[in-house]
Design a protein around this ligand. Sequence first.
Ligand code: SF4
Ligand code: SF4
Ligand code: SF4
Length: 285
Amino acid sequence: MGRLTPLYSALFKRSFDKRFRMAKMTRLPVLGRAMEFAFFENDDIIILPKDEVAKASLEKKRTIMMGKPVEPSSIMLPSKVIEHFISISRYIFLMDHCMCRNSSGCKDYPADLGCIFLGRGTLKIPESMGHMVTREEALDHLRKCREAGLVHLIGRDKIDSVWLGTGGKENLLSICSCCPCCCIWKMLPDLAASISATVTRMPGVLVKVEAEQCSGCGACVKKGICYLNAIQLMDGKADIGEGCRGCGRCVEFCPSNAIRLHIENSDFLIAAIKRIEPLVDVVSE
Ligand code: SF4
Ligand code: SF4
Ligand code: SF4
């Protein structure tokens, strides 16, 4: 049982405003390696593009390929990856609140929409953090998250198994629904490169700027759009750097429709599922 969870939870809240400074410490030679081993060892997390953005991209691509409009209902969206793991999970735990939004007093996104955890490690999460839910309840929660404009992440995240006291990291799969303002993963650009590299785009997803359509208005580089600071203005045009994790938020904000999300791998859902599957056994007792 995670007896230390309330203590970690209080520490998280108290030190939340120092998270970027703490993230930079992972770049230090000795302390950084120790922090990586303790909290991030063998992490593997995928950030899923927003469903609406992926849908527009897939509809367009398939319409071009088939020479006629496709049925929108026939498009498989990124959130299906999460639905897949929820549909096969024996244990599903829902956190009653979002630690990040709560800790920073978020005013823009709901603080009651917290993380979901899967796997037998959930049996050790203290009841004070949330409760077990049915598959239907979990799916309903995820739908609310998407309607609120949150972006899903899924993967193995050792720090969750440490602070929740769930034992081996292979027992816990984390599903987060993150906002661009308060999410803990905003610290990705500050972490050591080896840690930051464990949080990736969905396989086959690319976000590009169509330079001839970009007016250089700067709307996409405003605070609160790209939480990873992956877009800059260069020579009067938007430029998306390597730090992009393909969430698709900036695509929605460009008034000139100059930012495009491309899904280059038609098996992107299967590829994502195959990558997540071996990380945590969510099926067995
Ligand atoms: S990681 Fe995402 S869902 Fe989880 S607590 Fe932070 S913002 Fe909320
Ligand atoms: S919002 Fe669109 S048009 Fe404006 S700078 Fe960004 S990419 Fe260019
Ligand atoms: S540039 Fe930023 S906001 Fe745009 S898709 Fe990439 S990570 Fe998301």
